[in-house]
Design a protein around this ligand. Structure first.
Ligand SMILES: Cc1ncc(C[n+]2csc(CCOP(=O)(O)OP(=O)(O)O)c2C)c(N)n1
Length: 189
């Protein structure tokens, strides 16, 4: 089965200055562990908000790919972001959902996907045309490369194992926000 840290390492090795918005908990721990970079936005505590933040960013910066690293539990908590993104349909959006079928960070409680909810089908039903489900590193790399090279929006549902990374990004949201905005050439307010 696919490993989130290994897949995240592939992502950071194949971007230049594209912003990456990582959902709270494990997606951001793995991103920080793979490579800390100013273009990484580490979401602290705001469960489900990575998808909405990434959509907004993709809409205002159409010249550059914007990558969202989400969790199944987090996306399920802000499910309206799927149809909203599908209707807005920014071609530069790449939304990756790490589906481990549980709220791993808070003790492994099962999410809806453990009982059959299919996030790829939800994305298709929302209006996304380019949706793939991957469960190997090779399939993930192919899907990610295609998403980076061609217009989207793209949804990649990655079925992953439950390994956790040890790295922890800085805890100051202000620091993260200012560094991130600086990397985009925007003056922090
Ligand atoms: C509104 C809200 N409810 C609950 C939490 C506690 N919480 C933090 S991470 C997490 C689990 C996230 O699950 P998922 O996105 O699937 O990622 P995983 O931990 O499985 O990698 C929960 C429930 C929170 N931060 N905010």
């Amino acid at each position: 089965m696919l490993n989130r840290l290994q897949a995240t390492r592939y992502i950071v090795q194949h971007v230049t200055d594209e912003p990456i918005i990582a959902s709270l908990g494990n997606p951001k721990f793995d991103l920080f562990t793979a490579e800390d970079r100013p273009q990484n936005f580490y979401m602290w505590n705001s469960m489900g908000m990575a998808s909405s933040m990434g959509l907004g960013l993709a809409m205002v910066r159409p010249q550059q790919k914007v990558i969202i690293l989400d969790g199944d539990g987090a996306l399920l908590m802000n499910l309206n972001s799927l149809p909203t993104a599908a209707v807005r349909a920014p071609q530069n959006l790449i939304h990756i959902i790490w589906d481990n079928r549980q709220f791993e960070l808070t003790g492994g409680q099962p999410t809806h996907t453990a009982f059959g909810t299919d996030l790829a089908k939800l994305a298709q039903g929302s209006g996304f045309e380019q949706v793939s489900t991957v469960e190997t590193q090779e399939a993930f790399e192919l899907a990610f490369d295609r998403a980076m090279q061609h217009p989207g929006p793209w949804i990649i549902v990655a079925l992953i194992d439950n390994e956790r990374a040890a790295g922890r990004p800085p805890k100051s949201p202000t620091y993260i926000k200012h560094r991130f905005m600086g990397s985009l050439g925007v003056q922090p307010v």
